[in-house]
Design a protein around this ligand. Structure first.
Ligand code: ZN
Length: 267
């Protein structure tokens, strides 16, 4: 249970602003728990791909990866000047530099949907990683080596961002121009903040491994519900609700991390 002092503090407007600090039991919660996954550049340059198709084939024993998407229409190969795909030239097959205007969804060749197929995402990631790996380019020109490093790093970043629901939601909102400013939780529902505070207190106080696991299960259930709600809000284009849900997902993800730490530490 929370103490009266904490409750009073939480409900005063000044205390409310700092409620997030209490929620983590004195440990200052980093409000920007997750780094900005999308740069402003990526946000402003987001373009929708209507029919992205990718396939992987083997030519003379070498893996080549071709990506056909409308996002690459205007791109010309730096070496031969022919039209190039996202990663390789369709004529000379030389690696291309990263394209600033490409969204992570285009890179990973998936529909811009919150409920994306993570198995497909992983498959695409492994294909790209194999095709772009700098080891494949050690006999090539320094320019090609540089591009392979840049492309590999970009693919890693795109994959990491889209793989997890929380970072995917942050990125999708950023693409829509919705940025999560610091202190977002100041406008959060008081009942929600109290709930989070109580869970955090229970977690901090208990010494029972079973109880820690039970909290973990409850929090994962909450995150699953929030993920479903997020999906429906983003599908409806209800960005305001999506933003609120995202703030809640951050809190529960933070608790989930603490639960994992406690289980690793074994108490
Ligand atoms: Zn070329």
């Amino acid at each position: 249970m929370i103490t009266l002092y904490r409750l009073r503090f939480l409900l005063t407007s000044d205390g409310f602003k700092h409620a997030n600090k209490f929620i983590s039991n004195g440990q200052l919660l980093n409000l920007v728990l997750f780094p900005c996954f999308a740069s402003g550049r990526a946000v402003s340059s987001y373009r929708k791909v209507n029919n992205g198709v990718s396939h992987c084939n083997t030519v003379k024993g070498h893996l080549t990866l071709k990506t056909f998407s409308t996002a690459t229409v205007n791109k010309l190969c730096w070496k031969c000047g022919s039209s190039a795909e996202l990663f390789f030239c369709s004529s000379c097959n030389v690696i291309q530099p990263p394209e600033d205007k490409t969204s992570y969804f285009d890179i990973m060749n998936c529909e811009q949907k919150f409920s994306l197929d993570t198995q497909k995402l992983q498959k695409r990631f492994l294909e790209l990683q194999r095709a772009l790996h700098p080891d494949n380019f050690c006999q090539k020109s320094s320019k090609e080596q540089e591009y392979s490093e840049e492309q590999s790093a970009l693919v890693n970043k795109a994959y990491r961002t889209l793989q997890k629901p929380l970072s995917r939601a942050v990125y999708m909102l950023e693409l829509q121009g919705v940025l999560l400013e610091e202190g977002t939780d100041a406008s959060a529902d008081p009942a929600f903040l109290l709930e989070v505070m109580e869970i955090n207190e229970s977690l901090a106080e208990t010494r029972s491994q079973d109880e820690v696991s039970a909290i973990g299960r409850a929090v994962r259930g909450k995150l699953k519900d929030l993920t479903e709600q997020m999906n429906s809000s983003l599908n409806k284009g209800d960005l305001l609700t999506a933003k609120e849900l995202l703030a809640q997902m951050k809190y529960f993800t933070n608790i989930e991390e603490k639960v994992k730490d406690r289980i690793t530490e074994g108490y």
